[in-house]
Design a protein around this ligand. Structure first.
Ligand SMILES: [Zn+2]
Length: 71
């Protein structure tokens, strides 16, 4: 059950602005589907937020990401 909850949270994060997107990259880009200029957000501190749309990103290891998807 906990694994299912994690996956649904991850999938919602792709579409919903207020959820956190998990990324393995050190730098992520955001344009809110063209709603604002493309910007790059550094996740070197472990997390970051888009200054235009407020989308939050958190950096995870590849192992952590695949663990949560492979249930
Ligand atoms: Zn954005």
């Amino acid at each position: 059950m906990d694994g299912l909850f994690t996956i649904s949270s991850f999938l919602r994060g792709i579409n919903m602005r207020n959820d956190i997107i998990k990324a393995t990259e050190e730098i992520v880009s955001c344009s809110d589907n063209g709603q604002h200029p493309l910007v790059y957000i550094s996740l070197k501190q472990g997390s970051g937020q888009c200054q235009y749309c407020g989308q939050k990103f958190v950096r995870v290891s590849a192992e952590e990401l695949s663990e949560k998807l492979a249930v």
